[in-house]
Design a protein around this ligand. Sequence first.
Ligand code: GDP
Ligand code: IMO
Ligand code: MG
Length: 431
Amino acid sequence: MSNVIIVGTQWGDEGKGKIVDWLSEKADLVVRFQGGHNAGHTLVIDGNVFKLSLLPSGIVRENTVVLIGNGVVIDPFHLIKEIKQLEEKNININPDNLIVSDSAFLILPIHQIVDEIREKNNGSKKIGTTGRGIGPAYEDKVGRRGLRICDFLNKDEFESNMKKIYDFHNIWLCAMGEEKQDYKDAFNKLWNIGKTIIKFIQPSWLIINNFKTSKANILFEGAQGTFLDVDHGTYPYVTSSNTIASQAGIGSGMGPTAMNYALGITKAYTTRVGSGPFPTEDNGDDGNKLGTKGHEFGTVTGRQRRCGWFDAILVKQAVALSSINGIAFTKLDVLDGFKEIKICVGYEMESKKIDYLPSSSVQQAKVKPIYEIMKGWKGSIAGIQNIEDLPYEAKLYIRRVEELIQCKIILISTSPERSDTIVLENPFDVN
Ligand code: GDP
Ligand code: IMO
Ligand code: MG
């Protein structure tokens, strides 16, 4: 039995979906513990592409059970849409292989409206959210007025609480000169969709505990990335949940002493979607080339991702924040064809050298990267599955990254395909 947590170490889109899918071979249960359908996780299996936002990536494996934990915010309309999309691809989804936590909070239609209108009003200071209502849904959760999946069990209570939430948000919408939202129509639609979801619901902690008791392997699938964490990220340009490894237990119902391994997913360069500081962002030819070769367009919104060189300072910080045991290093093949590869090894801020990202967004914006330059390799490494087959320069790059981030690289991904993965250590075999 072993429990492995997967987290992104940058600003999301590191390739978590591919690695979760690959590792699911050894997992009996795969659990999402935060975020919602703002995530976009891509799996490629023998040329078939699956894009998942809310369902844990283990769902495509025949004998794997997946659980949407209590820490996730759920848009029920999206959940049903995603289930249907997968069923069209012959993935069988039923209450035996999908469990939805009864205490996960709901994203209501008004949350999405508030998200979009806020972004519009923020002008140049907008966060660049996915517009899916994630922030307002989490706000209602901590504001103790949110609706949960288990509220689908009591119609009158659901309706009266939903009205209260609409009243709350309508005050702001009307003050901003926006249209007042009627809760009644939204309630009827939501209640109907709730009927199709009820069959999947169970207490998350109980499921986890049952799997734990039967000595199963559990894989916790993080969404977003460390620097989108609401406490530890580039606030306020973050998402509204905790994305680091400690959240896995809170968002599912398991204590920290039961966790065995934290696996960080790290892209061989850096990308970011949405606004906010990005010290190694490259708006020139190199950034363009990384974006084109890496197909850096958002899975959820289709937005072009901002691109830049690898930032070892940032990833070293992520390793510390999640006490990461090993790294899966992804998209190394995208660096094919670069004569020189830059690594950020320190920051300069107000003429001083620093080796961590400061907390203040004003200071973060002032940080300038200090680069070390390494030699690129000739030819293509795409699809390589054995470490011996990597060119010398690629191996040197990996070693230097390990040194700088103070963590070992245990998996290397060389293409979007499940099988194109170099394995040095399997986290499930470590204990
Ligand atoms: P996630 O949000 O962390 O799951 O990552 P996304 O799925 O949003 O973005 C990663 C993209 O890179 C997807 O299109 C993957 O298919 C692709 N990808 C994953 N690993 C590799 C790799 O090693 N090489 C290449 N070229 N693409 C990869
Ligand atoms: P995966 O799991 C990359 C970003 C948005 C925005 C900020 C807040 O695929 O790595 P939100 O809608 O969450 O309120 O937006 O967070 N963001 C992501 N960026 N990958 C993601 O998920 C993201 N989920 C949210 O672009 O900057
Ligand atoms: Mg993604």
